[in-house]
Design a protein around this ligand. Structure first.
Ligand SMILES: O=C(O)CCC(=O)C(=O)O
Ligand SMILES: [Fe+2]
Length: 312
């Protein structure tokens, strides 16, 4: 019998209510999060929300949105790639972005663009979902800082965080065998992904093996480390290389919450020492996005662009 270990995506259980910062279970979870990110750049968090009933609402409003005519969805324009409407091009899902989605008026603006006569239910559901996911993101950042012994330092980072919500649909057209998202690394600090029961998200391990994310419950989120987390952590946490391959007949819906930072981002000085010499110069997150978008390198999705952008 083979004794080879099959790599498994780490799972962390967190609850909004029953979790006292500083308690032993909190500190143990902080360390689990750090270890998961250092080892896999990715983990599953089983959270206390959303309820099953709210989960159904989320998926139902997504179906309603993607059923709108293309000429309505394409009204969602944005100068930044992936922030507005993403058409159905080969290798990518259909997507719609809502920048600053934690703000109710931004959700309202998007809703009015899609439904000029209004759609209060859509607006409320999407805004409430973003609230849940952004609170979870804040808790995770706080725990990550704490696990490195950087107790109070998470506040400036959280205060300068902006959220982009991307709504995604992977639907197979006639004749297509699968639909997906080409392998890439996110240009975020962290990304939180939530989905319907149709799987497809895969991550590549350090050993080069692709493993499928199979969420264990409707309160599971995938947590993905992005390029900015890699620079902040001085390469202790690598950016996750991931892709989506959906071969199911059923449509896959996913919601991605992407975090971007204002101002200058610097590597945490406590994470620089003789064993871990400084890898990245301070940089602006917005300039990183611009650098990536304006690069003509056909392999830019597959390489560590941080080294070229701001490597020491
Ligand atoms: O659909 C997913 O689960 C992943 C999407 C993704 O990787 C992205 O939007 O950057
Ligand atoms: Fe991604």
């Amino acid at each position: 019998m083979g004794s080879e270990k099959v790599p498994k995506i780490p799972v962390v259980h967190l609850s909004k209510e029953n979790f006292e910062p500083g308690s032993s279970s909190w500190l143990a979870a902080c360390n689990d999060i750090r270890r998961a990110l250092e080892e896999y750049s990715f983990f599953e968090v089983v959270y206390s929300e959303p309820s099953m009933e709210f989960y159904r609402e989320i998926i139902s409003v997504l179906e309603e949105l993607f059923n709108l005519p293309d000429e309505t969805k394409t009204r969602n324009t944005h100068p930044k790639i992936g922030h507005g409407y993403m058409g159905k091009i080969s290798g990518f899902p259909e997507g719609l972005g809502i920048e600053y989605a934690t703000k109710k008026d931004e959700c309202q603006k998007f809703t009015s663009l899609m439904w000029p006569d209004g759609n209060e239910r859509f607006c409320d559901v999407i805004h409430s979902y973003t609230k849940i996911a952004s609170e979870l993101n804040q808790m995770l950042v706080r725990m990550l800082f704490e696990s490195y012994g950087l107790k109070k330092d998470h506040e400036p980072l959280l205060n300068s965080t902006n959220y982009l919500l991307r709504l995604l649909k992977y639907g197979r057209s006639l004749g297509e065998t699968n639909v997906g998202f080409k392998a890439h690394m996110d240009k975020t600090f962290l990304t939180l992904l939530y989905q319907n029961p149709v799987n497809g998200l895969e991550i590549r391990t350090k050993e080069g093996e692709w493993i499928t994310y199979e969420p264990s419950s409707p309160t599971s989120f995938a947590v993905i480390a992005g390029d900015v987390c890699m620079a902040w952590s001085n390469d202790r946490i690598k950016s996750s290389y991931h892709r989506v391959v959906v071969s199911s007949e059923e449509d896959r819906y996913a919601l991605g919450l992407f975090t971007f930072l204002d101002g200058v981002v610097q590597t945490a000085e406590e994470l620089v020492d003789d064993e871990h010499p400084l890898q990245y110069k301070p940089f602006e997150h917005q300039k990183l996005l611009h650098f990536y978008e304006s690069s003509n390198d056909p392999d830019k999705r597959d390489i560590n662009i941080m080294k070229t952008f701001c490597g020491v």
